[in-house]
Design a protein around this ligand. Structure first.
Ligand code: BG6
Ligand code: MG
Length: 224
């Protein structure tokens, strides 16, 4: 294991919840019922795809012009940015600060593969920007998760072969992207929503270098 690539929202900090709150705010404005179970399918996917999914759920896929959709996304992002403006280092999810420290001590490269255009702002607020050797710009990509492009780009930026990378995700689209990239996939969350992951932990506090490394060794023995 030469590199660990992190998803951001729901792995490093609980901004997955903020995305949910912001979309719920917009959905209510346009009279579409929206709850946490619907939100599960939006995790990891782009702002544009998220809005299309919500409109489809509400039977409103043809109701809005492109300009109106842009305005809805703008409003969602403004609401979201108000929420993230309060982020501080103490909002790192449990165990993440320790894991970043352990990876540094082990000379493991660290990358960020987030679909969010707000990612640089968030990791600055959490004061962990210097822990990353590569941060993928999602606007430079042709395909979003579950396509592997974002993880392959992170590996290329780190100068590490995908086979030598582990990556951590909280969403099904993300786990699929990691597996398609040929990497060791670590899922944070419930087993049922982490299908295909090579290692599943319930909470971020369970993520230690020791566990990742042990499971990585087992995975390699089974594979090669
Ligand atoms: C992903 C989130 O990380 O980023 C999604 O899981 C979100 O919920 C996507 O839609 C895009 O984020 P943003 O901040 O660019 O709207
Ligand atoms: Mg996520």
């Amino acid at each position: 294991m030469k590199a660990v690539i992190f998803d951001l929202d729901g792995v490093i900090t609980d901004t997955a919840e903020y995305h949910f709150l912001a979309w719920k705010h917009i959905a209510e404005q346009i009279d579409i019922p929206f709850d946490r179970s619907m939100n599960e399918n939006l995790k990891g996917i782009s702002r544009e795809e998220s809005l299309e999914s919500i409109l489809t759920l509400g039977g409103a896929e043809t109701k809005y012009t492109n300009a109106e959709k842009q305005e809805l996304m703008h409003q969602k992002n403004q609401y979201y940015q108000t929420l993230i403006s309060e982020l501080k280092p103490e909002h790192l999810l449990p165990g993440i600060g320790r894991l970043l420290c352990e990876l540094k001590g082990e000379n493991i490269k660290v990358g960020l593969a987030s679909s969010s255009r707000n990612a640089p702002e968030i990791i600055k607020r959490l004061e962990i920007i210097d822990d990353f050797h590569a941060i993928v710009d999602p606007t430079s990509l042709a395909n979003g998760k579950p396509d592997p492009e974002i993880f392959l780009t992170a590996a290329a930026q780190l100068g590490v072969s995908p086979a030598d990378c582990a990556a951590i995700e909280d969403a099904e689209a993300g786990i699929s992207a990691i597996k398609s990239a040929g990497m060791f996939a670590v899922g944070v969350g419930h087993e049922l929503s982490m299908l295909g992951a090579d290692l599943i932990v319930r909470q971020t506090c369970d993520l230690t270098f020791e566990l990742l490394n042990e499971e990585w060794e087992q995975y390699r023995i089974k594979r090669f």
